[in-house]
Design a binder for this molecule. Structure first.
Ligand SMILES: [Zn+2]
Length: 167
């Protein structure tokens, strides 16, 4: 990504809020309801209406499937929130699907559709991944998408950005 990131986000006024507790907001995407992951999570889901079925973007297919390796680790720990150790851990996934995965066979919850996400549509999320103290412009707006390759797709990471640790 040689492009400058200075123009990402609003030019003036208040910065958008940081997405903390898996909010659902309406954005200008093919499926307008955007289910954010929890703070520092990884995977978005998208639905056409609030109560309609939510989908992952197909570009995350491999990463979602790889994520189960990590969840095996989560389930060995005692978390006060049962969603963390759910088959679809709330550390990575939106709260809705995480909760559902406690009761339903998770393989039935994984639905994918092509070109739904900010990355594929080249849209900027309306909420931020982190506060400006914890990351530059690119990380603030696309941190989730960086998080995916960092954890699950090293090949993709090397194409996207040089690994920059916590910055
Ligand atoms: Zn995508």
């Amino acid at each position: 990504m040689a492009k400058t990131t200075k123009r990402i986000g609003p030019r003036k006024g208040k910065l958008p809020e940081v997405a903390l507790d898996s909010p659902i907001v309406e954005e200008d995407l093919p499926l307008k309801f955007v289910h954010y992951p929890n703070h520092y999570g990884a995977f978005f889901m998208f639905s056409s209406a609030l109560r309609k079925e939510a989908y992952f973007c197909e570009c995350c297919y491999e990463a979602v499937n790889n994520s189960f390796k990590l969840v095996q680790y989560e389930s060995k720990n005692n978390w006060s929130d049962e969603k963390v150790a759910a088959p679809l851990s709330s550390h990575l996934f939106p709260n809705g699907i995480s909760k559902a995965s406690l009761k339903t066979d998770w393989s039935k919850l994984l639905r994918f559709k092509k070109k739904l996400c900010h990355r594929c549509i080249m849209a900027t999320p309306t909420l931020r991944f982190c506060h400006e103290m914890y990351g530059g412009n690119f990380k603030q707006y696309y941190g989730w998408y960086l998080h995916i390759p960092e954890q699950f797709d090293p090949l993709f990471r090397s194409k996207l950005t040089p690994h920059s640790g916590t910055s």
